[in-house]
Design a protein around this ligand. Structure first.
Ligand code: TXA
Ligand code: MG
Length: 319
């Protein structure tokens, strides 16, 4: 079973990373399953622990500019601007990789996704390890991204060496993944930095089918991500939802006659998308653990973090 480390035991975790072990750690988005990004053996163990197909590239996490310089061959002025505005923070930028980055990290792609997390424990861990840390979200492949150390242990406790407990994650949704094409920011995955924020920096194009293309390049795997084991459907009208003790609901701010349902999760009664994002994956996990027949979720307003939340709901509802 993985060791549960406290926030003052980061040096122990950094030492494990340097020796090629796997350490899950908190970031502002979700918990990551970390390995030394420059050690192909350690990176291979990440895929093994997650049960993740090795063609899906990993994000490399940094904590200073020197680490970035070693990982990429060139940085365009627009990429620089994105870094200045959004780092440290929930933005991953995909850039041409240097020969330092093992091919396994990028799944053979010529580009590497890099992120500077806005979380004191993550930054300290990377700095003490003295090397960039490759980390996918710390869930089993296709499962729900963990936003607490307990959720990491539930999914991966018997497969990794340690997890650092940093409490619940502030943002609660994964980073926005982008690449720069000419003067355009292309969004490959919606996440913690909103399209509205990016639009203030440059023109934005959304190409989220990209993640699906990567996933579908392997036989038998579909774009069903962030998914509970329980069947999930999306509703526009609570009155149309069948009542029942075996039905759970995931609502943004309010459910009329909520006593009709077996379990009710309200993400933000004040209607804050930021608060809803923070609570989203933990609420989905609670519903999934409740032994329900069906989870019914409500769409979010298509703005700000609501877009990324709707993207996660749609993926969770696919079968
Ligand atoms: O917030 C996050 O991004 C979290 C924390 C731990 O940093 N990490 C995370 O990693 O969500 P993961 O592996 O679960 O999702 C990474 C996404 C995938 O959809 C992957 O396809 C895309 O980023 N990605 C990573 N590197 C890429 C690359 N070189 N080219 C294209 N897409 C890439
Ligand atoms: Mg993930």
């Amino acid at each position: 079973m993985a060791a549960l480390l406290k926030s003052d035991e980061i040096a122990v975790a950094a030492d494990l990373l340097r020796r090629g072990h796997l350490v899950a750690f908190p970031t502002e988005t979700v918990y990551g399953l970390g390995a030394d990004a420059l050690n192909p053996g350690a990176v291979a163990r990440v895929f093994e622990a997650k049960g993740r197909p090795s063609f899906d590239p990993l994000i490399v996490h940094i904590s200073d500019w020197d680490m970035l310089a070693d990982l990429v061959t060139a940085i365009t002025p627009l990429e620089r601007r994105l870094m200045q505005r959004c780092w440290p923070g929930p933005l991953t930028i995909v850039m041409p990789k240097s020969s330092t980055v093992p091919d396994l990290v990028t799944a053979g792609l010529p580009r590497v996704g890099v992120r500077w997390p806005d979380h004191a424990i993550a930054q300290r861990l990377i700095t003490l390890a003295g090397r960039p840390v490759a980390a996918p979200s710390a869930n089993r492949f296709g499962g729900i991204s963990p936003t607490t150390a307990e959720h990491v242990l539930e999914q991966l406790g018997d497969r990794i060496d340690a997890v650092i407990d940093g409490g619940p994650c502030r943002v609660g949704l994964e980073s926005t993944v982008v690449e720069v094409r000419g003067d355009t920011i292309v969004v490959l995955r919606l996440g913690g930095v909103t399209v509205e924020t990016l639009s203030r920096i440059a023109e934005v194009e959304i190409d989220v089918a990209h993640v699906d293309k990567l996933a579908q390049s392997a036989p038998g795997r579909l774009s069903r991500h962030y998914a509970p084991a329980t069947h999930l459907t999306i509703t526009k009208d609570w009155e149309q939802v069948p009542a029942g003790a075996d039905v759970g609901v995931l609502s943004f701010r309010h459910v009329p006659n909520s006593e009709r349902f077996g379990q009710v999760e309200i993400l933000s009664s004040s209607g804050s998308l930021v608060e809803a994002a923070t609570n989203f994956f933990a609420a989905l996990s609670r519903l999934d653990a409740a032994g329900l027949r069906l989870i019914v979720a409500e769409r979010f307003p298509d703005e700000g973090l609501g877009r990324a939340l709707n993207d996660r709901l749609e993926r969770a509802s696919r079968r």
